[in-house]
Design a protein around this ligand. Structure first.
Ligand SMILES: Cc1cc2nc3c(=O)[nH]c(=O)nc-3n(C[C@H](O)[C@H](O)[C@H](O)COP(=O)(O)OP(=O)(O)OC[C@H]3O[C@@H](n4cnc5c(N)ncnc54)[C@H](O)[C@@H]3O)c2cc1C
Length: 441
């Protein structure tokens, strides 16, 4: 009697895991399919958590992702994978069970960087925001009308939450080590406009400031933050928006190239072993994956972008069911969006290393513009600040490797404004403040 095949196991039951599983079925994979998830929930969407859920327009449990294809899958939710034994082709789950696989898709995403326990991270009232349960707890704390909310970190999640909290009429202070919010991700030219938006809505922005520690009251609730400049801020609710690390701890000892910056893949999304050879039966996709990106000279990148999780999972699934001699490279133009202060921000491309910026549509003064980032005379990214009409055209030009700036004779833009993008020097850069691209040389 032939033993039953173990089939494909997807570790991480969120956006990339779900879309990857659907793509496997769509591509005709009919064998056993298991999704393993650390959280007890079926896959849900994270972008609304720092937007609609926080302001109370949507309940945290109303964010479930639609299932777009019949999966006929076994769900193993609420028990994370804690170890991978490649020689036995098996995973160990936290509940003590072992799970065999023929092929594995790693889609364990990222985890919010927590505030250290020794400097107040365990005080009640100190939150991070990554998952649905975090969002529900934070929403409940916000409904209790704290006297002042302190947002630590002016990345995308820090800015989005500050914007929501002001919509709710709460007093908000945002501190960031750089001179503007979003400096590491988008540079201080664009960050400066966001700083103006923050101040216009009545949030206090404290640039060049780091929190050293939180102090609590007798009941163990956060009461104040001690700052790098010796000052203090009284606060009864803190959102630590310090960025994320990749959920790769469970892969320790598996002999793969995995660390808190991601699990390294080849161009076909196959995970590399410790010697740098692709594992033919292990793939990765989404926030957890770090891969060589052809559009940017094959340098290794990992991004925390919704669109990448969907597209890369689909691509990995395609290669998982394809023969070994038909493994296609993942060609992707990174892109994300963010809503804050009633503004829609969209980025196409990677800004890292940009040495020039041109406002090619609209104006900075009007706070409606499209800016292109350049590096060594080449266009590398385009950002729309409430002005997305032309973004696809610029994205296309970037994909084609156009010079900087790529389109100079647009009829509705007689004059192009150029500026320095204003990225902080690498050494001065704080730990990635939010879900900006993470680029590893
Ligand atoms: C608050 C918030 C707002 C966002 N807003 C935007 C936005 O506006 N635009 C945008 O482009 N992107 C946004 N993003 C990013 C986007 O949501 C992510 O890129 C996307 O969720 C990545 O999907 P993923 O499946 O790769 O990883 P995740 O969504 O992180 O999912 C990974 C899953 O794996 C599980 N897991 C981890 N370890 C294990 C284990 N050992 N065993 C089993 N399961 C495990 C986790 O619990 C999790 O459910 C936002 C993210 C957050 C947190």
């Amino acid at each position: 009697m032939t033993p039953e095949p173990a089939g494909i196991v997807v570790v991480g039951a969120s956006l990339a895991g779900l879309r990857g599983a659907e793509a496997l079925r769509r591509r005709g994979y009919a064998g056993p399919l298991t999704l393993v998830g650390a959280e007890p929930h079926r896959p849900y969407d994270r972008p609304p958590l720092s937007k609609h859920v926080l302001v109370g327009e949507l309940e945290a449990d109303a964010t479930r992702l639609p299932e777009l294809a019949p999966l006929h899958a076994r769900w193993r939710l609420g028990s994370p994978a804690i170890a991978l034994d490649r020689s036995a082709r098996a995973l160990r789950l936290a509940d003590g069970t072992a799970l065999a696989y023929d092929k594995l898709l790693i889609a364990t995403g990222a985890e919010a960087r927590a505030w250290p326990a020794e400097t107040g991270g365990r005080l009640s009232g100190v939150f991070t925001l990554r998952g649905r349960d975090d969002a529900a707890a934070l929403r409940a704390a916000v409904q209790a009308r704290p006297r002042r909310v302190l947002v630590v970190g002016g990345g995308l999640i820090g800015c989005e939450t500050a914007s929501c909290l002001r919509d709710l009429g709460l007093a908000v202070t945002l501190v960031d080590p750089h001179s503007t919010p979003l400096a590491a991700a988008l540079g201080t030219f664009v960050g400066g406009v966001v700083a103006e938006c923050l101040r216009d809505v009545g949030a206090e922005f404290r640039p060049g400031t780091m929190v050293r520690a939180f102090e609590g009251d007798a009941a163990g609730r956060v009461a104040r933050a001690r700052l790098s400049d010796g000052g203090t801020i009284e606060t009864d609710l803190v959102i630590a928006a310090l960025g994320a690390t990749r959920a790769t701890g469970w892969l320790q000892g598996a002999g793969l190239r995995a660390d808190p910056g991601g699990v390294t893949c080849d161009a076909a999304c196959r995970v590399l072993d410790a010697d740098g050879a692709p594992c033919p039966d292990i793939y990765a996709a989404g926030d957890v994956a770090r891969w060589p990106i052809p559009l940017y000279g094959n340098r290794l990148v990992s991004v925390e972008h919704w669109g990448n999780a969907v597209e890369q999972a689909g691509h990995a699934a395609r290669n998982m069911v394809a023969p070994p001699d038909d493994q296609r490279p993942y060609q992707h133009m990174p892109a994300f969006w963010s809503s804050q202060f009633g503004i829609n921000i969209k980025l196409a491309g990677l800004t890292a290393g940009a040495d020039a910026l041109a406002v090619v549509q609209g104006t900075r003064a009007s706070r409606r513009f499209l800016a292109v980032y350049g590096r060594n005379g080449r266009s590398i990214a385009a950002l729309s600040f409430d002005q997305a009409r032309w973004l696809p055209a610029y994205a296309q030009a970037i994909t084609a490797g156009s010079a900087f700036p790529p389109i100079v004779d647009a009829t509705d833009q007689p004059r192009i404004e150029t500026a320095a993008p204003g990225f902080p020097p690498p050494r001065a850069a704080a730990p990635a403040p939010s879900r900006s691209e993470t680029v590893h040389a």
